[in-house]
Design a protein around this ligand. Sequence first.
Ligand code: PBG
Length: 324
Amino acid sequence: MFRTRRLRANSNIRNMVRETRISKDSLIYPMFFEEGENIFEEIESMPGQYRMSIDRCDNVIKELLESGVKSVILFGIPGHKDESGSEAYHDHGIVQEAIRYIKKNYPEVYIIGDVCMCEYTSHGHCGILKGNDIDNDSTIKYLAKIALSQVEAGADMVAPSDMMDGRVSEIRKLLDANGYKNIPIMSYSAKYASAFYGPFRVAADSAPAFGDRKTYQMDVHNIREAIKEVYDDVAEGADIVMVKPAMSFLDVVAKVKEITDIPVAAYSVSGEYAMVKSAAKNGFIDEEKIMCEMAVSAFRAGADIYITYYAKELAKCIDKGVIG
Ligand code: PBG
């Protein structure tokens, strides 16, 4: 008889043979910054997550740092939207100001700027329109401008989430030309046209006014296409590649890990968080255990980095020894 239970006898031996280790260093916390003052509004579908103005962000950042999480990815909700999403690359746009504030007051925080247009355009698409089409080649010029403005404000890394072709090399080129050769790009390489972004779009007021994102985000049926996307981004100079969403796309995470030699990030998106929260609220599941299991499975699939709204809570679970 094969006695596999020998190595499960108690927690000492179980922990000794554990194959997946989780570190707080690998967690990134997403934050929503809204233009204005004295705003701290809970996102209805995402209890515990807030749209906040810069003057109300201190507690969130302090608690995050206390928990041991040091990296954030920032999204902006501007006061004004237009056709070209001009607030996205404005020197004093909401994200640029948030970056400056955090850099100045919390220099230990590693700041990642999400580079996209959908929160800033009046039509809610992730680029510049030509008729009803999202024009790839003019959009990537804007994306590079957005990235540059975030880096000029103090971002440590940029993360394009738009899924236009050629944006990584366009961003790399502009950053290099402006003396930012050492700023890494984390590309949302395999980003699927997923219904799991629903709560985010309500939170960021970024749902497309017409159509959907299927002409730029990936078809959920595909995985070989994800490999193509990843290889393209690596060739264009991406430093980290991302798979998004996480939970329903762990096969993609595993595949991307296998075919690359750079770090792989997985983004556990708003819909994943909202599902756990609402099921837990009803008493149907154990929130902490489910949250931990989701995180572990992303790392087990091969993620080196995990972007999650549960970053702080996961860090506490690592402290308690629930996972790690
Ligand atoms: C912007 C962007 C989205 C998310 C991250 N960046 C929304 C989208 O593509 O519609 C989703 C994040 C989440 O759901 O938590 N393009």
